[in-house]
Ligand binder design. Structure first.
Ligand SMILES: *Cc1c(COP(=O)(O)O)cnc(C)c1O
Length: 361
């Protein structure tokens, strides 16, 4: 049983959809229709809140490539050489944005706090007000998957609005599992292999009008990571490269699974699975990394198991056929993560994993 925080288990329905005969996406008009329909379904997941699916006003595009592609493409498309970029971070992915910014010749200014602290709202306010910098773009992470932290983005997005700064948000591990404030975000990044329970291979991006304007102004030199051609792929019936047809079949089916259940029910299922996971962990004397349940993500729980994560992971797999994840980066061996995401967000599945963890502990 695979309960990692991505890639997640893929339901049979999605695997069967991927086995359909591939069409030629460069030649067959049916592909443009399929792509457009996938983007429409995705827009409803992007815009969903606890009361159900409402499409985001922003354009949604689907790129052929694993989730990291979206992070790099977003930065490449809106950051020009010499630009100051505010990278707000309380974890590995938040800090990693600075590398993409440096890669395009931008100047990353990192407002970072410890991985178990909330985002530094006051430091961000000071930096935005400072005469030392001229920020046009800021980067943020919604769910820091390595630590199971779900960040409250609103206070930072309020500040970015006040200063007219464009936002890039990595929502890869929250999209489809909990509401994402997509309509407030200029470039909102998702991927197929987390809460959507498709295999790795597709990146999703919701793009605001002002982000498109900015991309046009920057006019990126890159090709694979340039978002600009994606603005008009449906209208032009032309894609910058051959799309991943089988993955798109899979994502289409994954979105049907989510929308048929109802997004509000999907979100509630994630919240229940997460609460159950933490309650079972508390019974075993395990603490969560964010220190408090209220800042833990409904999609992933990171338990503190100092110096034991590798051993526990191996024994869970060998003795109980349950696959969980360790941490990432420094202290990877100190954190054991349960991904209750997408197809895996079920109280019964969490129970099976936690029964196994109890036995191994
Ligand atoms: C999974 C994930 C990504 C995508 O990258 P991987 O190569 O799958 O790690 C990006 N951002 C976050 C926050 C993720 O959880």
């Amino acid at each position: 049983m695979l309960l990692t925080p991505g890639p997640t288990e893929v339901p049979d329905r999605v695997r069967e959809a991927m086995a359909r005969e591939p069409i030629n996406p460069d030649v067959d008009p049916a592909f443009v229709e399929l792509y457009e329909s996938v983007c429409e379904k995705l827009a409803r997941v992007y815009g969903a809140d606890e009361s159900g699916a409402t499409a985001t006003d922003h354009d949604v595009v689907v790129l052929g490539g694993e989730g990291i592609l979206g992070l790099e493409a977003a930065v490449e498309s809106v950051v020009a050489p010499g630009d100051d970029v505010l990278c707000v971070a309380n974890g590995v992915y938040g800090e990693g944005f600075a590398d993409f910014v440096s890669g395009v010749g931008g100047n990353p200014v990192v407002a970072a706090v410890d991985h178990d602290d909330p985002l530094p709202v006051e430091e961000v306010a000071d930096l935005l007000a400072s005469d030392d910098y001229d920020f046009e773009v800021a980067t943020l992470v919604h769910c820091e998957t390595p630590t199971g932290v779900l960040n409250d983005l609103d206070p930072i997005l309020d500040l970015l609005d006040e200063h007219d700064v464009l936002s890039i948000v990595d929502a890869v591990s929250s999209l489809g599992g909990t509401p994402v404030p997509t309509d407030r975000i200029d470039l909102c990044l998702g991927a197929s292999q987390k809460c959507l329970s498709s295999p790795a291979g597709l990146t999703t991006v919701a793009v605001s009008d002002r982000a498109w304007d900015r991309i046009e102004a920057v006019d990126p030199d890159s090709y694979y990571t340039n978002l600009l051609p994606w603005r008009s792929v449906v209208e032009d019936e032309w894609f910058p490269y051959t799309h991943l047809v089988s993955n798109v079949y899979g994502l289409d089916e994954s979105l049907d699974v989510v929308l048929e259940e109802g997004v509000e029910s999907v979100f509630a299922r994630h919240a229940d699975a997460a609460a159950h996971c933490r309650a079972r962990g508390a019974e075993l004397g395990l603490s969560v990394v964010p220190g408090e349940d209220s800042r833990s993500s409904p999609t992933v729980t990171a338990f503190e198991v100092p110096g034991r994560a590798d051993e526990l992971q191996t024994r869970l797999a060998e003795e109980h056929d349950v696959t969980l994840a360790t941490g990432l980066g420094d202290g990877a061996d100190d954190v054991l993560r349960v991904g209750h995401m997408g197809y895996g967000a079920e109280v019964e599945k969490v129970d099976r994993a936690m029964d196994a963890l109890e036995a191994v502990l």
